[in-house]
Design a protein around this ligand. Structure first.
Ligand code: ADP
Length: 440
């Protein structure tokens, strides 16, 4: 019997089976033996049945490529057996060759065909004819089987392909969704970017406008201070010179009270002169006046100390100084800085003589300088206030000054890209520090 080969996805058409089964049905054992002898040469599996019933039993158990059926049998004749065989779905197309005696009527032959037989052989049969007919049916059976297997394989492949197709479709859908989402988020990002750029542009414009406005009002202010200071200087000079003339002319003729009044006028005029001078230097400081160059700070400090020499000697101050470096800075600015800070350290002292320490330390990308004193100290709440113009913590009688010095220091430090700050304790002393970035 031929078993259909299990067909895998990659399987080929099954190999030709070695044997198929042929069912021989005849009530006469001698006839069966004769059939066996004739068909044995085909090398197939021959199964014998002595009646229609027995034949049906075999058909239930196995598959046959061909049935050779004797027409005249006692219980159930060949036609009846063939009819029952055909009723079985499995055997609807199983070829049947009827064996019938010579001399049967046309009616019987017709009956045989109606029952689904595919051929007739008359007894006594010619062995070669029966053999070659059987061989044709066997080949047909094998071919049919091969086609069926091929068909099954094709179906399997088609199913696999369909599955792959579905997977592909799903994947394409997922990709399309992802692409769509990507497009949407790209669009959103682009819109956000545009909005952001617009906001940045607006802000920049507003800032630029503010900067221009500030620049304008700054220039106007400088112009005003310059003109005002200049215009004030003239009448001040007149006051000064005429008061001095008056002093000389009335020398000895005035009572002490009047002498004192005149002294106040001279001092007042002097203070105004100083204020105007400081204000002018403050307004002149800025980008235009900044001229960086290689500066030897040792020399700058020497100059500052020599400018302050009288105050140093008068106060019997002790000055300690670190060696100072050479660096790229504005020499006038650096002189202003050291002179103002050391000047303040000398000025804001108590009874004891001032002890001032000037230090310099190199950090990663900048130099850090400090001027430390043992003076009256500053309450921390005023640490930032004292760096603004005209901010003073004492009356002029206690400590003279215009309140511009530290504002000036802050301006020159920041102009050079550094920062300035103070650490201090009331009654102990103050330490003013500032940084100057290292430039090539
Ligand atoms: P001025 O010295 O003309 O008063 P500054 O701007 O130089 O103005 O200083 C502002 C104020 O900061 C001073 O009036 C003083 O109160 C305080 N100050 C500055 N330097 C020192 C210091 N070394 N010790 C104590 N107080 C100081």
């Amino acid at each position: 019997m031929m078993e259909p080969e299990p067909s895998g996805q990659t399987g080929m058409v099954a190999e030709k089976p070695t044997q198929v089964s042929i069912l021989l049905v005849d009530d006469e054992p001698a006839n069966l033996l004769a059939l066996e002898a004739v068909l044995g040469k085909l090398g197939q599996n021959l199964i014998k049945a002595r009646s229609g019933k027995e034949a049906l039993r075999h058909l239930i158990q196995e598959e046959f490529a061909l049935i050779i059926l004797d027409v005249s049998m006692p219980d159930m004749d060949g036609f009846e057996t063939a009819r029952l065989i055909r009723e079985r779905d499995k055997n609807r197309l199983t070829p049947i060759i009827f064996l019938t005696a010579v001399g049967k009527s046309e009616h019987e032959i017709f009956k045989g065909y109606k029952a689904g037989a595919v051929d007739y052989i008359l007894k006594p049969f010619v062995p070669e004819i029966l053999r070659s007919k059987a061989a044709i049916f066997i080949e047909l059976y094998e071919k049919t089987n091969q086609v069926r297997l091929l068909n099954e394989e094709l179906k399997l492949h088609a199913r696999d392909l369909e599955g792959a197709n579905q997977d592909l479709k799903r994947e394409v859908a997922v990709r399309q969704r992802a692409e769509q989402e990507l497009r949407v988020s790209e669009e959103k990002l682009r819109e956000l970017n545009v909005a952001l750029e617009q906001r940045v542009a607006e802000r920049t414009n507003a800032l630029e406008e503010k900067a221009r406005e500030l620049g304008r009002s700054n220039a106007e202010l400088q112009q005003f201070v310059h003109v005002a200071s200049h215009d004030l200087k003239e009448p001040l000079r007149t006051i000064n010179s005429f008061v001095q003339l008056l002093q000389m002319k009335l020398k000895g003729a005035l009572d002490p009270e009047a002498e004192e009044y005149i002294k106040y006028v001279v001092e007042g005029a002097h203070r105004i002169q100083q204020l105007i001078g400081d204000l002018l230097s403050y307004t002149r400081l800025g980008a235009q006046s900044y001229s960086p160059q290689k500066v030897d700070l040792e020399k700058v400090l020497d100059n500052a100390l020599s400018n302050l020499n009288i105050a140093i000697v008068e106060s019997r101050a002790e000055i300690h100084r670190d060696p100072l470096p050479q660096l790229v800075a504005d020499p006038t600015y650096m002189l202003l800085l050291f002179q103002n800070l050391i000047g303040n350290a000398l000025k804001f002292r108590d009874k004891k003589p001032p002890r001032i320490r000037i230090t310099a330390r190199q950090k990663d990308d900048h130099w850090s300088f400090s001027v430390e004193d043992n003076g009256i100290g500053i309450d921390p709440q005023y640490f930032s206030k004292i760096f603004t113009v005209f901010q003073r913590l004492h009356s002029r009688d206690q400590y003279p000054g215009t309140g511009i010095g530290l504002a000036l220091c802050k301006k020159v430090v920041e102009q050079q890209g550094g920062r300035i700050w103070v650490e201090s304790q009331v009654g102990v002393g103050s330490n003013f520090s500032f940084t100057i970035p290292i430039k090539e």
